[in-house]
Design a protein around this ligand. Structure first.
Ligand code: ADP
Length: 320
């Protein structure tokens, strides 16, 4: 059956977009072999606080469990804990052009203006290619922001296969079936993201109910005054309707005011997040349990990853 990998960066607080766009589709597709990968190595490509990265990694793993990812069916791993990722990273660097990496939009954005950036920021899309290829996955659910990186993974895999012999499964990008793209509540032109400058437009998965209520109450709307879907003219209202739909799994009834819309959204979001918060609190009492889940995930995926690295080493000309 088709194998999938979904990645999460442990770089900030997980938000409703991550849940709706990535975690729920992962939970809903647990009949297929899947890997949920926490990209803690990627968190080191920018200025970072070591203790914070460690804490965030455990937090992402805990939230994945709290959101219903079943570790008996989905391997939950941190990419730093599976050394085959970094070994394959180097081997793939040997088939990637410097220009190919430097062309990546995210690198260009983050290094703009001659900023002093880490070398790992340049090579990180190659690590991402290794993250995917090492597990022989066939599908990678990706949003627009990651499609260029996935394309690089496909290019590198195809090039390696034709130059050194069939070694890698070439992965395809898929849109998660049920996923809506959730926009920033304060600036509905941009997606809700961990990396957006202001927290005002973000609903954190672990935010207390009163914070969520205030964030939604302050969500940007418009002066039209009619609750309807109109992505161009009413992006804020359209986004609130998308959240309502995603969180209540039914068509919204007749809504006559923005105040009513916001109250319904608040109730629906709270109904989805309250059980996750409660489960998170339980799981947090035993961090050893979460670490054990990560260790089990690692043990589960390693034989296949080691086999991929073995094939790659042999094909590229290294001794066994
Ligand atoms: P972020 O952009 O917030 O840092 P990540 O890069 O860690 O998020 O993405 C983790 C997963 O969540 C990816 O599969 C991504 O497509 C999904 N995702 C992130 N933001 C959103 C959003 N606003 N709406 C829907 N899905 C999202």
């Amino acid at each position: 059956m088709t194998r999938r990998l979904t990645g999460f960066q442990p770089t900030g607080k997980l938000h409703l977009g991550n849940l709706i766009g990535a975690m729920r589709p992962l939970v809903q597709a647990q009949d297929r072999p899947s890997i949920a990968m926490i990209a803690d190595l990627h968190a080191l490509t920018v200025e970072h606080d070591p203790a914070q990265v460690r804490a965030n990694t455990l937090q992402v793993a805990t939230v994945l469990l709290a959101a219903g990812v079943d570790p008996d069916r989905t391997a939950i791993i941190a990419n730093s804990q599976v050394p085959e990722h970094t070994e394959l990273h180097y081997l793939l660097e040997c088939v990637t052009g410097h220009g190919e990496a430097a062309r990546m939009i995210q690198f260009k954005e983050k290094s703009a203006g001659g900023k002093n950036v880490r070398l790992s920021l340049l090579t990180y899309p190659v690590l991402m290619a290794a993250d995917i290829l090492v597990h022989d996955v066939e599908q990678v659910p990706v949003g627009d922001d990651q499609s260029q990186h996935l394309e690089l993974a496909r290019t590198v895999a195809t090039r390696f296969n034709s130059r050194y012999g069939e070694t890698f499964t070439v992965p395809e990008g898929v849109r998660p079936e049920s996923a809506a793209r959730i926009m920033d509540l304060a600036d509905p032109a941009r997606k809700m993201s961990k990396s957006s400058p202001s927290a005002a437009g973000r609903i954190g998965l672990l935010d207390p109910p009163d914070v969520i209520r205030r964030t939604i109450a302050r969500a940007v709307t418009d002066t039209v005054g009619v609750v309807r879907e109109d992505p161009i003219g009413q992006p804020g209202v359209t986004n609130l309707l998308a959240i309502l739909r995603a969180c209540s799994d039914r068509e919204p009834g007749e809504l006559t005011s923005y105040g009513q819309l916001k109250r319904e959204v608040t109730d629906a979001v709270d109904a989805v997040l309250a059980p996750i918060r409660a489960r998170y609190a339980e799981l947090s009492e035993d961090p050893g349990h979460v670490r054990k889940i990560l260790a089990e995930g690692r043990a589960w995926v390693r034989p296949r990853a080691a086999e991929t690295v073995r094939r790659t080493r042999a094909a590229i000309g290294l001794l066994d």
